[in-house]
Design a protein. Structure first.
Length: 328
């Protein structure tokens, strides 16, 4: 399994760039706000069902690929009792939509990839390209473009013809695009007015957007352009906690929200939905909120029945140590 890794802030002249890449073991994925950029999903073993807002549900099987546009609510439910991995590659930039559409890869269902193991290896090359100092972002962008072309040629003859016909036009866009890349805004992000806090703002945005992913703090620091030590100092200065603690507490509070919205779901499902192992989730949840997640859900459901009104989930309860407010 490859921990989810993110790139730094892209050059505004870059029409196509790697936003992030990683894999996860077969577990549920719930994204009510969608993803900031295009996602390419690849199923290696196992497989499961995608439920996408406004579309019919469909199944992705082992050896298949699916591309999803940004900002579309979706969830992934793996087949029961199967072992496998789901890779997800995030690609951003003004040219991403036209490149993927020209390559015939934006479809309403999954498609089979011939020579899947080879393309899985290409995906791991993208992951390794994010090693600090290994490749420039421009070089990684070219690698992403090549990855898309190779995928197009092993998904269908029609897609391969379309991608090759569009290749000269797409290549020209790499030298002639001047418009700035606009990244999707992250709801709930607490910005800092200091100009020197851009890296911390980016780290917060990435952590809040990717709390469900197997995202390591060192990879957040890489994407923010800071060392782990320096980014931790900034978190201590402004929030009184380490970066890892901030990310952990964000996951716990999102888990609380999710259980309020899904009162019949199991604690295991809640833990998986926020990217945590269930026993660790229960232990940290009790430390954060003073009760086990199961007990809390039961009490809130009983209160709803008594009052006949819905309770509003709280992001940072006062009972949980005052939350993660910005320190003045």
């Amino acid at each position: 399994m490859l921990a989810f890794r993110l790139t730094g802030r892209p050059d505004s002249r870059m029409p196509l760039y790697l936003y992030g890449v990683g894999t996860q073991e077969e577990k549920g994925l719930h994204r009510p706000d969608g993803f900031p950029v295009y996602q390419l999903f690849m199923a290696r073993g196992g497989g499961g069902r995608f439920n996408i807002a406004g579309r019919a549900a469909f199944v992705i099987e082992a050896g298949q690929l699916f591309v999803l546009e940004p900002g579309i609510a979706h969830e992934y439910i793996p087949h029961p009792k199967t072992n496998g991995e789901l890779a997800y590659i995030g690609i951003g930039g003004d040219a991403t939509a036209s490149v993927l559409q020209a390559a015939g890869m934006v479809r309403r269902e999954a498609c089979t990839v011939s020579g899947f193991d080879v393309m899985w290896s290409r995906m791991t090359d993208l992951w390794k390209a994010l090693d600090p100092g290994k490749m420039s972002m421009w070089s990684t962008s070219a690698l992403v473009y090549q990855f898309i072309l190779e995928l197009a040629q092993v998904t269908s003859p029609e897609a391969a013809s379309a991608s090759l016909a569009a290749e000269p036009k797409i290549r020209r866009s790499f030298t002639g695009v001047d418009s700035a890349v606009q990244e999707s805004s992250m709801p709930g992000m607490q910005l800092h007015s200091d100009a020197g806090m851009d890296g911390l703002n980016r780290a917060i945005a990435l952590m809040q957007a990717h709390y469900q992913d197997d995202l390591l703090f060192k990879h957040v620091a890489d994407a923010a352009g800071y060392s782990v030590q320096h980014l931790n100092r900034l978190f201590h200065q402004h929030y009184g906690v380490t970066g890892h603690q901030y990310m952990q507490r964000w996951r716990l509070h999102k888990g609380l929200e999710w259980m309020n919205e899904h009162p019949q779901a199991s604690v295991k499902e809640a833990a998986e939905n926020v990217g945590m192992e269930v026993n660790y989730f229960i232990r940290m949840y009790k430390r954060e909120f003073g009760e086990t997640p199961g007990k809390g859900v039961k009490q809130r459901n009983q209160l709803k029945l008594e009052q006949s009104v819905g309770s509003t989930p709280q992001h940072w309860p006062e009972s949980a140590g005052g939350g993660l407010r910005h320190k003045n």
